[in-house]
Design a protein around this ligand. Structure first.
Ligand code: ADE
Length: 421
C-alpha cells in the first residue's frame, strides 16, 4: 500500500516526529542491532503485515525494523488517545509507511482506521489489545484462509485471544509476546511503573509525597505502579481479589485493603486489573473530595464512568488531561485521560529502553511466524524460549553487563541426584 493512502492529523510535524524517533532509537540497542541483518536477509520480503499498535516513537522503530526486513507494512492505532501525531506524520512522510491514526479520534474513526489496515489484506497481524484480530474474525472472516499468524503485545489481548481459542473461534496461530519473560517482567512492571506515574504527574503536577495512593490490582503492572509510587513518597495501598497476590503485596510492604475501605482514604486511585467497573458506583460514593482517578489497564472500562456521569451535577476540564466531576454537596472527583491508559494518553507510554525488549520479541516472533507458521496450530502460542533468552542476552550485552557461567563441575552437580549432604 502506498504511504499516500493514510489518514493522519497533518504532515507538518514530520520533522519533529523523525527527530523523536531517532532519539528513541538510541535507547533501543537490541532492535537497532538487528537492523543490519534484517536488511541483508530481508526475512519478511513482500509479506503483507497490518499492525494495530500505539503509535509512539518506539512503535515507529519497530515499524522501521519490519520494513527493513522487507515487510509491506500498514499501521493503525490500538487506542484512540495514544497516537503521537508527529510520529504518525514521520512514518508516512519520512519512512513511507502508511498510517491510519489520529490522536483523539472518535470510536467510529478508530474502527474505520482498523478497517483500513484490514483492507491491506494482511498475512500477519500485530495487535495490542486484540481489536484487530477480533474485527477480522467478526467482519472479515474471508481473510482467515490466507492468514499466516499474528502476535499480541498485551495481557488484555492475550486474555481475549485465549477466550476466543477456548470457544474454538480463533482462526489462526498467535504468538503471545506479552507472555515472554523479557516482555512482561520489564515492560509491564518497570515500563508501566514509570510511565503511569509520569502520566499522573504530567496530567496533574500534584505532589505524591505523603499522599495515600491506591493501586487496584497487583499483577505485573500494579506491582510496578506500587513500587514507583512508594519511591515518590506516597503511602501505597494495594487492593486485590486474588489471595496470593494480596499476600505478596502485603509482604512487599504495602497496606492491603478492600477497595471500599481504601476509597475513603485515597488521594489517588489507579486501576491496573484488565477488568470492568472495578471502581464502581459504590466506591465512587465513598471517595474523598479531590480524589484523582486514573487507569493503567488496556481499556477504558475499569472506572465506571457512566455511573460517575449520572452521579454528577457538572463536569469541567481544569487541565488538558483532567476532567473534574462535581457531585451533589460539592465533592469533586478528578478523572485523568477519560479513564483511558494514563501512561499513553497523558504521557508518552513506556520508556524506549523497555520497549526495546518488547519489540525485539515482536520482530523475532514475526520472523518466526513467517518461517514456521504452517507448523503452528490455530491457537495462542508462547514466544519460543530460545528467542526470549536471546533477547535477554542481547539486552545484557547492550547494557555492557557480563554474567558468570557454570563450571563443568557445577553443571554435573545440577544434573545429578545422588549426592546430598
Ligand atoms: N505500550 C506501552 N508503552 C508503549 C510505547 N511507548 N510504545 C508502544 N506501545 C506501548
Amino acid at each position: 500500500m502506498s504511504a499516500t493512502n493514510s489518514d493522519i492529523r497533518s504532515s507538518e510535524t514530520a520533522a519533529q516526529g523523525e527527530g523523536r524517533i531517532d532519539w528513541a532509537l538510541q535507547e533501543m540497542p537490541v532492535v537497532r542491532g538487528m537492523l543490519p541483518q534484517l536488511e541483508a536477509e530481508r526475512p519478511l520480503r513482500d509479506m503483507r503485515i497490518s499492525a494495530c499498535l500505539h503509535i509512539t516513537t518506539e512503535t515507529a522503530n519497530l515499524a522501521r525494523a519490519l520494513k527493513t526486513a522487507g515487510a509491506d507494512l500498514v499501521l493503525c492505532a490500538s487506542n484512540p488517545l495514544s497516537t503521537q501525531d508527529d510520529v504518525a506524520a514521520a512514518l508516512v512522510e519520512k519512512f513511507e509507511i502508511p498510517v491510519f491514526a489520529i490522536r483523539g479520534e472518535s470510536n467510529e474513526v478508530y474502527y474505520r482506521h482498523i478497517d483500513s489496515a484490514i483492507a491491506h489484506r494482511p498475512q500477519i497481524t500485530l495487535d495490542d489489545g486484540a481489536d484487530l484480530v477480533s474485527r477480522i474474525h467478526q467482519h472479515h472472516p474471508e481473510l482467515l484462509d490466507d492468514m499466516l499468524g499474528g502476535t499480541e503485545e498485551t495481557t488484555t489481548g492475550v486474555i481475549r485471544l485465549r477466550a476466543m481459542a477456548a470457544e474454538g473461534a480463533l482462526g489462526y496461530p498467535i504468538i503471545a509476546v506479552n507472555d515472554a519473560l523479557t516482555k512482561h517482567l520489564f515492560d509491564n512492571r518497570y515500563g508501566t511503573g514509570q510511565s503511569a506515574l509520569d502520566g499522573i504527574m504530567r496530567a496533574t503536577n500534584v505532589l505524591l509525597a505523603g499522599k495515600v495512593f491506591t493501586v487496584v490490582g497487583y499483577g505485573w503492572c500494579g506491582r510496578g505502579i506500587a513500587m514507583r509510587a512508594r519511591g515518590l513518597g506516597a503511602q501505597v495501598v494495594v487492593t486485590e481479589v486474588d489471595p496470593l497476590r494480596a499476600l505478596e503485596a502485603a509482604m512487599d510492604g504495602f497496606r492491603v485493603l478492600p477497595l471500599h475501605e481504601a476509597a475513603q482514604v485515597s488521594d489517588f486511585v489507579t486501576t491496573a486489573t484488565g477488568d470492568r467497573h472495578v471502581v464502581d458506583r459504590t466506591h465512587l460514593e465513598l471517595m474523598k473530595d479531590g480524589c484523582i482517578l486514573s487507569n493503567a489497564g488496556h481499556f477504558n472500562v475499569e472506572i465506571n464512568l457512566p455511573a460517575l456521569e449520572s452521579m454528577s451535577d457538572s463536569k469541567s476540564r481544569p487541565r488538558p488531561s483532567v476532567e473534574e466531576y462535581r457531585l451533589p454537596g460539592g465533592r469533586r472527583l478528578r478523572v485523568l485521560a477519560e479513564g483511558r491508559l494514563v501512561n499513553l494518553s497523558a504521557a508518552e507510554g513506556h520508556p524506549s529502553a523497555v520497549m526495546d525488549m518488547s519489540f525485539a520479541n515482536q520482530v523475532l516472533s514475526v520472523i518466526h511466524l513467517a518461517q514456521h507458521a504452517h507448523q503452528l496450530e490455530k491457537g495462542v502460542h508462547r514466544v519460543p524460549d530460545a528467542l526470549d533468552s536471546e533477547v535477554a542476552r542481547l539486552k545484557l550485552a547492550a547494557m555492557g553487563l557480563k554474567i558468570d557461567h557454570l563450571t563443568p563441575e557445577q553443571q554435573a552437580y545440577l544434573a545429578s541426584w545422588r549426592e546430598g549432604t
